[in-house]
Design a protein around this ligand. Sequence first.
Ligand SMILES: CCCCCCCCCCCCCCCC(=O)OC[C@@H](O)COP(=O)(O)O
Length: 243
Amino acid sequence: MGERERGGFWVGAAASVFYPLSWLGRRTYLGADKLPATGAALLVMNHVSHLDPPNDAVFVHRNRRVPRFMAKDSLFHVPLFGRMLAGSGGIPVYRGSAEARDSLRAAHQALREGKVVVIYPEGTITKDPTGWPMKARTGAARLALENDVPVIPAARWGTNHIWDGYTKKFHPFPRKEVTTALGDPIDLSAYRGLPVTSALLREVTDVMMREVRALLAGVRGEEPPAEFFRASARGASSDESAG
Ligand SMILES: CCCCCCCCCCCCCCCC(=O)OC[C@@H](O)COP(=O)(O)O
């Protein structure tokens, strides 16, 4: 095994909070070897619970990398947590505003520096009542197309059984299974070098999310729906923001 990627003080601080939170679940990691040991990667994940970030950060960290999370801007204003998020290299996403592009710029920079960037392309916890990924925003596709880095699909399931973000129900006992599964890098070669139009972004977004959904189907042992759920509220449509 090679060297662990070094974090700093705030990564240590985050670890001291996130590891205990991750222990709420009985964790299974599938395909962890698909996370590159060095260099840039874009980790594209579904989102089902507020406990996802601790689970996913610990997953990446235990595989000897430091995750850089795309996170909604308001989280950076939470006392202490915001400091920790910024200090550990979190990238603020200004959802649904012109500044969305600035957050993509910071994410491009992180990828150029060889970091692991974690993104939840749906931008929020799925509104699909059955927990499958919903129609995602296109920011992740833009990042994937404009950076020639491995784009790794990942699904995680079970955090939602511990903490359900919508019903605000906390069910730690009995301890729930939480599975995190990585797939092979997504081959986007057919799409690279084309003009980045909104149609292309939409298509690449759906290609990526179908991979995530297929991994999730494997974990759940269920057939996914044929279509991505569309939230009726604005925001989950094809507007371009970073997720
Ligand atoms: C273990 C080592 C730790 C290394 C560093 C980890 C740094 C801390 C990462 C915190 C990441 C937080 C990411 C949040 C992603 C996000 O912003 O998702 C949005 C949703 O949730 C909720 O949206 P909403 O619909 O508004 O409730």
